[in-house]
Ligand binder design. Structure first.
Ligand code: ADP
Ligand code: MG
Length: 479
């Protein structure tokens, strides 16, 4: 969804004429928006609505895009990455469906922000590319100015994808054709594609680069069908040198659109034009794909982006903080990188939120404020404690070897910690007694049951043991 990813500055467009009709329309949109907010509240809770949705202003519905404005870039970013789908879905259930959500950053507050801080990341108007193709077919790509190679941090999980992206943008001729990126959400696929776009524009200003989401491809194709004007649709792609289609999983199961996409790809590939695709799954794994399209997509280079490891997550955060011109202590970066492991977009969202908080409250970023500000986020991320975690922590706590958790040794100084670990495994995980026994060196479930009873009993009489258990449990919850 390019459109949801692009933040534009407040549009120059003004309502063309203020007549009774448009006023009625506006009033009805305002009602729709109010209703959207109240339904959203049921889904994401009143606090989130108050913090993130209330500051938004309804602007317009333009060509099936819902356009809102946000007072700050932080807010726009946050809403875009967390609530865009929900807003779009709920709006669509009340009013006519919209296919994207666009959040403009109100230019005035953006200017204030730029004065407050030397922010290299101030919103700029996205650079339009290849606009001249067909008058009524919007083939222009709005590349996010932040998504450049310079801003892309590499690590083992993405270096191959990054190298392939660079190779493609450096080359005069098509290489790895098509180039196919895949990986879960928030791993940097869209970022890499935009980076290719920027780089090609800089190196080869004459080349026409088109980036669009598969969703937009479909939308425009369907419109061309409806208007019985598929010729101009096809023509528009003829002069393209580099075509990038993002989130191609969106058109799985959509047969007609897939057929058109095959034609488009074939025409371009035959002329030696570069095609670049991104999707959440590899061509082989994607469901609902036309077999010809599947095989086409697998022809060139298929490269995955894996989840970022801890080091890369830390590095990305450090870079983003620096780009925002903010000082964030290392322990805060460590904490965020450790806690938010799933998705770089969420990682960034977390950072933005603590920066916004520090800005608003005029206080420095510390580990304590970070924990407080992001507590709701972390609850959602709370990792489930595993038996292995319990064994490790308990062994460490009592200073015995991890292997002794599984061994047959019956020495009290080893047997007791082992019982403590079994007790915690029962208490803190949903594992059955036989399975716990199995994970403690293949013991019988009656042994586990005995351990649980024993520790229960001892805790009543032994305050030291009881305190130890509380501490252990807390340190496990903090993992
Ligand atoms: P995807 O398209 O895979 O869902 P995006 O390209 O939209 O993911 O990336 C999500 C966010 O994470 C973007 O803000 C992007 O800039 C950032 N991001 C992802 N990978 C990196 C990286 N390696 N270095 C810097 N930022 C990254
Ligand atoms: Mg993407």
């Amino acid at each position: 969804m390019i459109d949801a990813n692009v933040i534009t500055e407040t549009s120059q467009e003004l309502p063309d004429s203020v007549n009774a009709d448009s006023l009625n329309q506006k009033a009805s949109y305002d009602r729709n928006w109010a209703e959207t907010i109240s339904l959203l509240e049921k889904e994401i809770g009143p606090a989130a609505v108050k913090n993130w949705i209330h500051p938004l202003v309804f602007i317009a519905v333009r060509e099936q895009r819902l356009v809102l404005s946000a007072p700050t870039r932080f807010l726009a970013d946050w809403v875009r990455s967390h609530y865009a789908d929900a807003v779009r879905r709920i709006w669509g259930s009340i009013a006519a469906p919209v296919f994207s959500l666009e959040i403009e950053v109100d230019a005035e507050s953006a200017t204030h922000k730029a004065q407050d801080q030397d922010n290299t990341d101030t919103p700029q108007a996205p650079a339009p590319v290849a606009q001249e193709n067909a008058a009524h077919l919007a083939l222009e790509s709005r590349l996010d100015p932040r998504f450049t190679f310079d801003n892309f941090v590499t690590g083992p999980s993405n270096e191959l994808a990054h190298a392939a992206a660079q190779r493609v943008s450096e080359s005069q001729d098509a290489v790895f054709n098509p180039l196919f990126f895949y990986g879960g959400v928030g791993r940097g696929k869209t970022h890499l594609m935009h980076a290719i776009g920027h780089d090609i524009q800089a190196r080869f200003p004459g080349r026409s680069v088109v980036y669009m989401s598969a969703e937009k491809f479909m939308y425009q194709f369907v419109r061309a069908l409806r208007e019985k004007d598929t010729m101009s649709f096809k023509d528009a792609f003829r002069t393209v040198d580099v075509l990038m289609i993002d989130d191609i999983q969106f058109i799985s199961g959509k047969t007609t659109t897939q057929q058109e996409l095959i034609h488009t790809f074939n025409a371009l590939l035959d002329q030696g034009k570069q095609v670049i695709i991104a999707a959440e799954k590899s061509p082989a794994e994607m469901e609902g794909l036309d077999e010809r399209l599947r095989s086409r997509l697998g022809w060139g280079l298929v490269v995955d982006i894996q989840p970022a490891d801890l080091k890369l997550r830390h590095e990305i955060l450090a870079r983003k903080a620096k780009a925002a011109g903010k000082t964030v202590p290392d322990n805060v970066l460590d904490y965020l990188a450790e806690k938010i492991a799933t998705n770089i977009r969420e990682l960034e969202g977390g950072l933005n939120r603590i920066l916004a908080h520090a800005d608003l409250m005029k206080c420095p970023v510390t580990l304590d404020t970070t924990k407080a500000v992001l507590s709701d986020l972390f609850r959602a991320h709370d990792r489930k404690v595993t038996i292995e975690d319990i064994q490790k922590k308990t062994a460490g706590f009592y200073d015995i070897k991890l292997s002794d958790m599984l061994s047959a040794r019956r020495l009290r100084s080893i047997a007791r910690p082992r019982q403590v670990a079994m007790y915690l495994a029962k208490k803190m995980t949903p594992t059955s007694l036989p399975e716990i026994g199995r994970q403690f060196g293949g013991r019988d479930h009656t042994t586990v049951m005995h351990a649980v009873r024993k520790i229960d009993e001892l805790m009543e009489k032994d305050p030291k043991l009881s305190a130890d258990l509380t501490r252990l449990e807390e340190s496990l919850k903090e993992l």
